[in-house]
Design a binder for this molecule. Sequence first.
Ligand SMILES: *Cc1c(COP(=O)(O)O)cnc(C)c1O
Length: 394
Amino acid sequence: MSLSQGRDLFMTPGPSVIPDRVLNAMHRAAPNIYEGDLIETTEGILDNLRKVARTTGDPTIYISNGHGVWEAALHNVLQAGDKVLCLTTGIFGNGWANVATAMGIEVQLMDFGTGSSFDAAEVAKILRADTGEIKAVLATHTDTSSSVSNDIEALRKAIDETGHHALLMVDCIASLGCEPFEMDAWGVDVMVAGCQKGLMVPPGVAFTFHNNKAVQASENTKKTSPYWNWTPRTNPDIFYMRFNGTPPTHHLFGLDEALKMLVDEEGIQNVWARHSKQARAVWAAVDKWAEAGAIRCNVSDIADRSSAVTTVVSDTVDLTPLHRWCQDTAGLVLGLGIGFGDYEPHQIFRIGHMGHMNPVMLLGALSTIEAGMAALQIPHGEGALTAAGRVLSS
Ligand SMILES: *Cc1c(COP(=O)(O)O)cnc(C)c1O
């Protein structure tokens, strides 16, 4: 007999929970793609995307996932033979580096491990020694595998202090709409994001954002892909060119609704504050469990932890049965472990706390995990739920 007949709860770090309002907004007849409301809706989306990213620069919407916009961003400002410095604190940092390598871009990889954020002073040292070969620094804001969150503002400052002209390109696929990010104030030249994490829309569209410095770099770049080229999409003569073909009509309706919720109703700073508090509640619980020594937060320093996802690791316990218990017995779907460093996937689970989330979902997930650990005799400290509740009511 399975008890799990209600609505499953997805606590994965993307795709995240889709609000009913977003689903309902998508549930409609096909629109005219040449004239009418869709054009105005898209203008509203671009405006709200700027507000989420805190930029006056231009967003480009691609029918794509995150892997696609990794490629799009590189394609517009770099070409084969160029060199980039790629900072990594997890599997996704390596992923972007691999895409660059496959495109013929020379990658100098700086691997900062998977337990803490990157060291901007080390990056500055490399840039100071560089004779102008490095065209861009690639950084991940939050690496979703390790749940390390990196200080992009400090990175920009460190780059500026060297006087180096490299573009700063940032992967915000996991963090946009969850964690504070200030594209213009922090001097980020190119940013990439997707719709299926903090932005609460089914996977299918992804974004690049770029500023004037990136436009200049783009003008000096030979582009071989008409699809990824952002120039004709930016100020198109006809709407059709914004998407280099048929627009993703229903994704636009969903995205429009999601952005209204985040920007017009809740306010992006409140969205960040909510994520921060909910993340701290998760850490309070996991840190209590960790007192028994079997599991712990992968990132020990709170300053380096993401408020969108928490990676939990074990040095001693196989976590696959816990994963299965949560999913099959209780209807809680946790993020799978992506192996890194010394950890195999079965020593990891990830709690996604991004997007459309409230305390009942969060506490439900935490108490389910605790019940699973009790059922499977995984040692865990007492008082986790009380600790989480205290954070939520503080
Ligand atoms: C999810 C994610 C990606 C990959 O996005 P896809 O849509 O799965 O291609 C890349 N980088 C980060 C930081 C992510 O969280």
